[in-house]
Write a protein that binds this ligand. Structure first.
Ligand SMILES: Nc1ncnc2c1ncn2[C@@H]1O[C@H](COP(=O)(O)OP(=O)(O)OP(=O)(O)O)[C@@H](O)[C@H]1O
Length: 583
């Protein structure tokens, strides 16, 4: 059952990624046929040479046979070069296509999936597993199929010499391969465990590097090293076990071959004595038995690689068949202009049994700004994630412009929403690419105009290479406030109709604070806005206020009315928090 599944996996993968390259595959098949013919012809010519030489044959014939042998050797080398070139080309084209498919799929998978898998683990999938499969693509064709064809050719030659020798050696090859394949089936789980251990290690390392600053400042270096040591220890155990299985494969083949060669010698000695075989034929049998060793051993080696490929393939397939929970809608169109927001009895939880939002009903007219306030952990960020459909609610409906979000194409929906999160991610790329998110179609004039609107003209002028200045990874060298303003510029360039701002709670210096506020004002002009506000001056942008408590709506209404009502929760918040709204 397992092998059937494996075979099916090989077939699916080979068809999907090798079919588009059929002209190259045909060329490879022709080269392989040439190589096999040369390999089989070489001992045949040599055996004729021996027989002619021992029976006093014509000298001219001997010279022709000797020249033929040299020609075959040269042709063999030339074909080997061509084979490597074409096989590498085929394998890398196939692998890159698979890699691109995986990356595209990862980008489509929803937030639930990405929370459950660390970036390092996914990198190991896209890089480690795919690199293993690269070997599979090239070697499966060249070594496994090519060597299988070579085996058939050599055995055919042996049948031609004497059917008893052919039969004996065929039985031997089948026995050797069956023995090795049985070991392979038992060994595959060890390879799967080894790759998982490797993914776990890289997963941990990736997470550690992402949180370098926090880990250093909290003195958690010792923990990181201990965890690394634990992971490496278990990786070592897994690798050792997997390698031992590889070794047992090698040992099996070696033992079997010693037996095969002895049997071939015994048989040909008997047949020579009875006068059935010439000395040239005995040489041919010996040579063929030697030649059987190489393709069988190469198949054995490849089988070892295939064990890894088997494990990688299973994991890559599992990843490719992971279905996003959030599925694209039927394509309903959102109305143009600022979007109305409506949540109707919405409940949601990251885990099935723990609701983070409960029966939330909110509505916001187009062009108005809603300020969302509440304790930390009350569900404010979660609420905004539902608007972008990072998750779907477990109950209730979320609508934009009166349209249920589940009916809208994901890309069309997200194109209409601009999101500024607490942690702005800046890429290790130019200022231009960071602002346009690598969209070359945005003209420089438009970028400069947006920066001008946000009061960043002098900042731009001070940059050493203007828009071409490279920003460091994670925005190193920029303050949190500057990063926020750049995020606002990003959004302004996209000109969305709903802006969601999860304000960073960190305090800014007065100059940057002014810059951020100018940016916010510009961003909200003529758009519907939702602000998760941590400061009073940001709250001032809001027309309406939503107070969330423990995932439920505690209060919802116009800001001025709520502020004027001394019994309201919002007025209470304003009283106790002169600076910070989050309590
Ligand atoms: N990706 C996630 N997976 C699981 N639980 C989550 C996830 N994100 C948030 N939570 C949990 O959901 C609850 C609400 O979190 P949320 O971030 O929405 O609150 P918040 O009001 O925005 O808090 P803050 O003001 O600190 O940003 C918290 O208990 C939090 O631990």
């Amino acid at each position: 059952m397992r092998s059937f599944q494996s075979l099916n996996r090989y077939r699916r993968l080979l068809t999907r990624y090798l079919r588009p390259q059929w002209p190259w595959m045909m060329l490879l098949a022709v080269i392989l046929c040439g190589t096999i013919s040369v390999q089989v012809a070489t001992p045949l010519v040599a055996s004729h040479f021996i027989d002619q030489a021992t029976s006093g044959g014509d000298l001219n014939n001997l010279i022709v046979l000797a020249l033929l042998t040299m020609g075959l050797a040269l042709a063999g080398q030339g074909l080997a070069v061509a084979e490597t070139y074409v096989a590498e080309n085929v394998s890398w084209t196939a692998t890159n296509a698979l890699r691109a498919d995986l990356i595209e799929h990862l980008l489509r998978l929803d937030a639930t999936f990405h929370t459950a898998h660390t970036p390092g683990e996914l990198i190991e999938r896209v890089d480690g597993d795919v690199a293993t499969l690269a070997r599979f693509f090239s070697r499966f064709v060249v070594y496994v199929l090519g060597n299988a064809a070579l085996l058939v050719g050599i055995l055919g030659l042996l049948y031609h010499v004497d059917w008893r020798v052919g039969l004996g050696m065929s039985a031997f090859v089948v026995l050797a391969l069956v023995a090795m394949l049985r070991i392979r089936a038992v060994a595959t789980p060890s390879w799967t465990a080894e790759r998982q251990a490797s993914a776990d290690f890289y997963g941990f390392l990736g997470e550690y590097l992402a949180g370098l600053q926090d880990i250093r400042s909290s003195g958690a270096g010792a923990f990181v090293l201990r965890r690394c040591a634990e992971l490496m220890r278990s990786w070592l155990a897994m690798t050792r076990k997997a390698q031992m299985w590889g070794y047992s494969l090698g040992a099996t083949s070696l033992g079997l071959f010693a037996f095969g060669t002895a049997a071939a010698f015994a048989l040909s000695a008997m047949l020579f004595r009875s006068g059935t075989l010439t000395i040239g034929m005995v040489y041919l049998i010996f040579q063929c038995t030697e030649m059987l060793r190489q393709p069988t051993e190469q198949i054995r080696n490849e089988v070892q690689d295939l064990q890894q490929a088997d494990a990688s393939m299973a994991r890559v397939e599992a990843l490719l068949s992971t279905v996003p929970r959030v599925v694209a809608g039927t394509g309903a169109a959102l109305p143009p202009g600022p979007l109305a927001v409506e949540m109707d009895d919405v409940s949601f939880g990251y885990a099935e049994d723990a609701l983070v939002l409960r029966d939330v009903s909110v509505s916001l007219a187009p062009g108005r700004v809603l300020g969302v306030v509440g304790h930390t952990g009350s569900g404010k960020t979660t609420l905004t994630r539902l608007l972008l459909r990072f998750y779907d609610p477990s109950a209730g409906v979320v609508r934009l412009g009166g349209v249920d979000l589940r009916e809208v194409h994901l890309a069309a929906l997200r194109a209409r929403i601009g999101l500024v999160t607490q942690e702005v991610h800046l890429f290790h790329a130019s200022v231009r690419d960071n602002l346009t998110i690598f969209d070359d179609n945005v003209p420089d004039e438009q970028i400069s105009a947006v920066l001008d609107t946000l009061g960043l003209t002098s900042w731009l002028r001070e940059l050493p290479a203007g828009l071409d200045t490279q920003l460091l990874s994670g925005g190193a060298g920029l303050s949190d406030g500057q990063a926020q303003v750049l995020a606002c510029a990003r959004i302004l360039l996209r000109d969305p109709d709903l802006v969601i701002l999860d304000e960073a709670s960190s305090r800014l210096d007065p100059a940057t604070d002014r810059l951020v506020h100018t940016a916010l004002g510009r961003l909200l002009e003529g758009r519907t806005g939702i602000i998760i506000a941590h400061r009073l001056d940001t709250i001032a942008y809001a027309d309406d206020i939503l107070v969330l408590e423990d995932g439920q709506v505690r209060e919802h209404g116009p800001r001025l009315a709520l502020a004027a009502d001394p019994t309201s929760r919002f007025a209470g918040l304003l009283r106790i928090a002169t600076e910070e709204v989050t309590i």
